[in-house]
Every structure is written in C-alpha cells, then in structure tokens.
Design a protein around this ligand. Structure first.
Ligand SMILES: Cc1cc2nc3c(=O)[nH]c(=O)nc-3n(C[C@H](O)[C@H](O)[C@H](O)COP(=O)(O)O)c2cc1C
Length: 437
C-alpha cells in the first residue's frame, strides 16, 4: 500500500490533503467534521487583529460559472477574512489541536502591514499549539482596499519585510500564501524566500467579475443593486495555479522551496498533478464547498490506488517528478511530428472536427468521401495541432499519433529525423540563421 504520510516543512499529516483557509475551516464544528472525514490538515480561516471583527455583506457573496451539465466550474466570492472574534477562534483552535494531535492545524493570519501588529498576534497563535502559520497576502477584495491581503502580496518588498518579522517573532514554520493577481509569480516567491519563509502556498483567488445581471445592469453577486469584483477559484483556475506552481518549482532562485499547491483541486488526479509539478502537498476549498467533506475519501483512495499501480511507494516518488519536463518554448523538439487519427468505429459523425479544421485551421479533415459523410485526417495537410482532439465530443475518438523516426512526413515531404532539434538551432529561427551566416 502506498504511504500517503506527508511531512511539509516539518508539519506532519496522515495525507497530503489539507483544507484551505476559507468557510470550511472557519470554526471548530466544521474542522472537527473535516478531520472525522479524513482530511490530513486544515488552514484555519484567516484571523485578523484584535478588535471588532470584520463585517461581511448580508446578501449574496458568491457568483458562479457552470458547465452545460450545471457542474460548478468556477466560484467567485466577495467574502472577507473571519468575521468571528479572534479569541473565540484561538480557543477553538487550541481545543481542536488537542483533540486531533496527528492532524496539521495551520493558522492563517492577516493583520496590518505594521511590525507591532504581527508581533502582537504571533504569540497568541503560538499558544494554541498550531503547527504553523500561513500569511494571507492574497485576498483580492475588501481587505486589499484596507492595505492588506493582495495589496501586500503585490509588493515583493512588503512580503519580504513581513516574512522577516514573522520569522523573528515566532518559532512556528511560516508559509507565505501568494496572490495570483500579479504578472510574474516568481517575484513574490523570491521575496518570500529572501525574508526567510519556510514555504509558499498558492494560489489565492483571482480578481474577477463572473457575470452581469442584465436586468439590473450590475455585476453578480449583486448586493442592493451593486456588485464588486471578487475572488475566482474552483476547477476553472487550476491551469493558472499549476503554471504558477511550476514557475516557482523550476526557478533557479526558489528551487527547492517547499510549495503547498492550491487552486481547483477536485480529484486525486488534480492533486497528483500539483505534486508532480513540485507541490509538497495540496489545499482544497471549492471542491469541499461543492461536494462536502467526504470528497477527501475519493482523493485518498484514488491517489493511493494510482501510486500502487505505478509503483510509487511514498509521496517523494511523485513530488516534482514533472518539473524537469517543464520547458521554455525554445527548447521544444521541432523534429517531433504527430498527426491526428480518427477512430472510425468511435466517430459519431458530428462533423465538429471538420468544421473546426476547415474554418479555422489547416483544412486537413475530409467531410464527404464518395458521397457519404466521412471524417478522416489528411496527413499531407495535418500539422498535428490537436484542435480536433480538443473539440471532439467523444473521448479518445481522435488521438495524436507520433510519426516514428525514419518515416515520411507527407506534409513536408521530409523523413522524420530522430535527432533532437530545438528553436535555438532551427533554420527558421532568424537568430540561428544569422549566426550560421
Ligand atoms: C468563500 C471563500 C473564502 C475564502 N477565504 C479565504 C481566507 O479567509 N483566507 C485565505 O487565505 N484564502 C481564502 N480563500 C481562498 C482559498 O483558500 C483558496 O486559496 C482558493 O479558493 C483556491 O482554492 P480552490 O480552487 O480549491 O477553491 C477563500 C475562498 C473562498 C471561496
């Protein structure tokens, strides 16, 4: 049986599935139920400084994007950090940690960007027995207008400064949660590392307006006739999160920095992908909010079964395995050639591949052959772009087949060269041509 035990910056949990800081982790009642369901750890809903708690809107705080089957693809929220009293949260955290010593309990914190504010809250959190802290530099709405959340996360110098304070005033491991609302994710990650962070976690939510109410001409969710931008999360953000995780994992300056991967994790496969791209564990929010805490059971058994099947014994056999294969475009092999192939038995003759290829791409798919509807790829036109695979409604009906070395590429009339060729030396590259002349 695969061993799913996780050790993330010295914080141990029975599996790599943590709940991200959000409503599922807002109170002891939820977290107790989550641990019973099997979650390996939680990042408690973000705590603010002592004083009157923040006040949330009393109308809708979520907007959503659905697929054609009404499955939730993206969730948008305008919720703030916890609106419960600091001491109530701290008391509950302490009790939960005592009840569940084998699970990870992390405190997410967001206080003003002032040394005194961080110095004041850290001992209070430490006293709960929490295993670590996560610095919320990511919240894109409500708190950022008050100079916190992503307002800090977008300025690398502030990140470095706050991380430094935290490392100075607590012994707990520090996880710095990054905002994706930035051009180059490597910069805040490097700043966090320079400040001495033990790890980064990402992504927090993405600035967004999910839709507009066309009767009232206001963004959704609409609160009394007006709407505000909110934070986007769920399956729709996974590709953005995966790329950002990989960017940090393969950056020379942050190479080896532990990463907690967040963003759209819904199945064990999503989790495995984050791990393969360099995450040491994953955090989940929207999937739990959509399907309930028991979804972790499928994640645990799915990951475990897959690892057994592939012979991966521990998480270390998977973590970062895909990182060396993430390349800059110019190092891709231009001698690699693949062509689309349509399985005639699986084809339902809907014609979507033909229309996509004919109208917008390379005119490489037949429509009518001998007076009958027939969809077949013409190798002499196919550039192997994969659009037909992407639009085909039948899974595995169209596949990409690699041309073996030595065979003829009917499109170019050339024999497929087995040697690796990349853009740096390719004759179509004007810089390579210039160098050769
Ligand atoms: C309603 C809601 C509230 C959230 N509140 C917080 C928060 O207080 N602190 C925080 O760091 N992230 C917060 N997040 C962001 C999540 O922790 C997570 O980073 C994000 O939702 C992406 O993960 P997901 O795609 O699994 O939902 C919140 C997300 C949602 C949906």
């Amino acid at each position: 049986m695969a061993d799913l035990r996780n050790n993330f910056v010295g914080i141990k949990s029975p599996n790599p599935f943590w709940l991200a800081s959000a409503p599922p982790t807002d109170k002891a009642y939820n977290v107790e139920r989550a641990f019973k369901a099997g979650w390996g750890g939680v990042v408690w809903k973000t705590l603010g400084e002592e004083g009157p708690p923040v006040v949330n809107v009393n109308g809708p705080r979520y907007g959503a994007i659905w697929g054609a089957d009404r499955r939730l693809l993206g969730l948008n929220n305008i919720e703030l950090i916890t609106d419960r009293d600091l001491y109530t949260n701290l008391r509950e955290m302490k009790q939960v940690k005592m009840n569940w010593p084998d699970r990870a309990l992390i405190a997410s914190i967001m206080v003003p960007c002032e040394e005194q504010a961080w110095k004041a809250i850290l001992p209070l959190v430490e006293e709960t027995g929490a295993d670590g802290i996560e610095l919320n530099f990511g919240c894109p709405h409500g708190m950022s207008e008050r100079g916190m959340g992503s307002a800090v996360g977008q300025v690398p110098e502030y990140i470095e400064m706050v991380v430094r304070w935290c490392k100075q005033y607590t012994r707990m491991p520090v996880i710095t949660k990054l905002t994706p609302n930035i051009t180059d994710i490597r910069k805040p990650a490097r700043a966090a590392k320079a400040g001495g962070t033990d790890a980064v976690s990402l992504i927090n939510t993405i600035n967004s307006i999910v839709s507009v109410d066309l009767d009232n001409f206001a963004p959704n969710p609409t609160v009394g006739g007006k709407g505000s931008h909110g934070g986007y999360c769920g399956p729709a953000v996974k590709p953005i999160a995966l790329n950002m995780v990989a960017e940090i994992a393969r950056d020379a300056e942050t190479y080896g920095l532990p990463i907690s991967g967040i963003g759209g994790v819904t199945t064990w496969r999503d989790a495995a992908e984050f791990l393969a791209l360099g995450a040491g564990n994953v955090q989940v929010c929207t999937a739990a909010m959509t399907y309930g805490f028991k979804i972790v059971e499928e994640m645990i058994t799915g990951l475990s079964d897959w690892m057994d099947e592939k012979g991966h014994r521990t998480l270390d056999d998977v973590i970062a395995r895909a990182v060396p294969n993430v390349s800059d475009w110019q190092y891709l092999n231009l001698n690699y050639i693949a062509k689309a192939k349509i399985d005639q038995d699986a084809c339902i003759k809907c014609g979507r591949c033909y229309i996509a290829c004919e109208d917008t791409s390379h005119q490489a798919i037949t429509n009518m052959v001998d007076g009958a509807r027939h969809f077949e790829v013409m190798d002499e036109e196919c550039v192997g772009c994969n659009l037909c695979v992407s639009v085909c409604p039948v899974e595995n009906c169209i596949t990409m087949e690699e041309l073996p070395a030595g065979s003829l590429d009917k499109r170019t009339g050339k024999i497929v060269d087995p040697n690796y060729a990349n853009w740096t030396t390719h004759p179509n590259n004007p810089m390579a041509r210039q160098a050769a002349e």
